[in-house]
Design a binder for this molecule. Structure first.
Ligand SMILES: *Cc1c(COP(=O)(O)O)cnc(C)c1O
Length: 489
């Protein structure tokens, strides 16, 4: 049988003596290797590497890249991830020589442009979230949560309120929230959502007290629903002496519409690699902003970028700072992308991003609502959650449908999260997709629903068109097969 492209490994194309490299001839006399490397460290045999031509290498890697689903090749409705299109101009800005060639150990008078960018991005983010102070040091969302909770911890320690050990999280929270709280040494207290998927004020009151350090919320929450009683929530928490942490990993729903600072939050983080457009999802570098109220500002990581007259400087004299949370000043290339994105959109543009993200989600939710159970009926923000319970009764689970979607060239939505919805499918279309793409996605989902009635086996055995079929996920996690083993003879 003919091999699939995945199976034609480059090692198997190897032909003795074929070479891909074309290195220039050195213009210095070569010394024998033995005179440079001690004998014991030298290989006895050449490594078992594939011997292939440049063209074969090129074809191999381009073919591999085509096996991946990506936002540049198809729709990606992955809830809570904001997998939107990232304009290529942002990458071009990050690649400008004056940014790309910088070294983090250069003296400040040589990196004024970079410091100015950090300073101005901090100011822009401060305006977007309505909180005065910002750090751009953390490398990703969960890292920003840790930074924010360390600020809270340092604040209470400085006040001598050492009994505040509890962090409240709703049952819909992103998994990183309770994990971060536990990592920072807090005790996690979970509260149940009410019948409308929102924070239940009575449950909140029952757990608030002199041991409350903070509540971690995201608004809209992970069900895509706006916490309408947020002003009551913030009043209750503040009256109990606690602080409010806003998980702004995805800010797509609210930019220019409402600000965490105005909702009473004391500290928040933003994933620059979600809303502020850095390609993500493949484990590449992220970036994060943490913004806070004045009372937490003295504790921010150091150094802090300062502006005196027209000059920018790094201030290290921050006696109450929690210290550094990352080497140097954050993932600078990501900061350039975020700044380019914000400048390209401007105030009105960012507002329009959120309006379109909300419109797209509500449009899709409406189109799918006759065929799938909608977890919560009220209008959603930038994402919504369906439940596959009806299809499950026909023997077709959400996992089956997620696999079947792949046959149509669409990435699956987030599934089985949030945990409070059975057979959950969490869909975030984002603002960058056209009506035609949304219509096509709805058509595919409705077709799969129809298949669950007419031919459930077809859905259950999917996918059929992907480079690899259904994987044994438990086995893949326990015994990952990550590399080709050469036969060493
Ligand atoms: C993505 C996400 C996070 C975590 O961000 P990372 O950059 O992956 O660490 C936290 N909270 C929410 C709501 C998210 O969607």
């Amino acid at each position: 049988m003919e091999k699939t492209p995945l199976e034609t490994l480059i090692f198997e194309q190897s032909q003795a003596g074929r070479r891909a490299e074309t290195l220039p001839r050195p213009n210095v006399p070569l010394k024998p290797l033995e005179s440079l490397v001690p004998q014991g460290y030298l290989r006895q045999k050449p490594p078992a590497l594939p011997e292939v031509s440049e063209l074969e290498v090129m074809r191999h890697f381009v073919r591999l890249s085509h096996l991946n689903h990506s936002i540049d090749t198809g729709f990606y409705p992955l809830g809570s991830c904001t997998m939107k299109y990232n304009p290529k101009v942002n990458d071009a800005m990050a690649a400008l020589e004056g940014f790309r060639e910088l070294h983090p150990l250069q003296p400040v008078d040589q990196v004024q442009g970079a410091l100015e960018l950090i300073y101005k991005l901090e100011r822009a983010i401060s305006q977007v979230v309505g909180l005065p102070a910002v750090t751009l040091q953390p490398a990703a969302g969960a890292h920003g949560e840790m930074t924010g909770l360390l600020l809270i911890k340092a604040y209470f320690e400085a006040k001598g309120e050492t009994k505040r050990k509890k962090v409240i999280v709703p049952d819909t929270a992103h998994g990183t929230n309770p994990a971060t709280a536990a990592l920072c040494g807090f005790e996690v207290v979970e509260i149940k959502s009410n019948a409308r998927g929102l924070v239940d004020l009575e449950s909140l009151k029952a757990v608030l007290g002199p041991d409350t350090a903070a509540i971690m919320l995201t608004n809209p929450n992970t069900l895509g629903l706006f916490e309408e009683e947020i002003m009551d929530v913030q009043r209750l928490v503040h009256e109990a002496g606690g602080l409010l942490y806003y998980d702004g990993a995805n800010l797509n729903a609210i930019m220019g519409l409402v600000r965490p600072g105005d909702m009473g939050f004391d500290v928040c983080h933003l994933n620059l690699h979600k809303t502020f457009s850095t390609p993500h999802g493949g484990g590449g570098p992220g970036g994060c902003a943490v913004a806070c109220r004045d009372i937490l500002e003295p504790f921010l990581p150091k150094p802090v970028v300062q502006k005196t007259g027209e000059a920018y400087d790094l201030c290290w004299d921050r006696p109450q700072s929690i210290g550094k949370v990352k080497g140097f000043y954050g993932n600078f290339g990501i900061l350039v992308r975020a700044y380019a994105y914000i400048l390209a959109h401007g105030k009105e543009g960012l507002c329009q991003v959120s309006r379109d993200a909300i419109l797209n989600a509500n449009y899709l939710k409406h189109k799918l609502s006759r065929h799938f159970t909608v977890a919560f009926g009220q209008p959603c923000m930038h994402e919504f959650v369906l439940s596959g319970v009806r299809q499950k009764e026909r023997g077709v689970s959400t996992a089956h449908m997620a696999k079947r979607l792949l046959d149509f060239g669409v990435h699956a939505p987030t599934v089985y999260f949030p945990l409070v919805v059975p057979e959950a499918m969490m869909i975030e279309p984002t603002e960058t997709e056209s009506k035609e793409v949304l219509d096509r996605f709805a058509e595919i989902m409705i077709k799969i629903d129809q298949e669950s009635i007419d031919d459930p086996e077809k859905v259950k055995n999917a996918p059929y068109n992907t480079p690899v079929g259904k994987l044994d996920e438990a086995m893949a996690a326990r015994k990952p097969n990550l590399r080709w083993e050469p036969s060493l003879d």
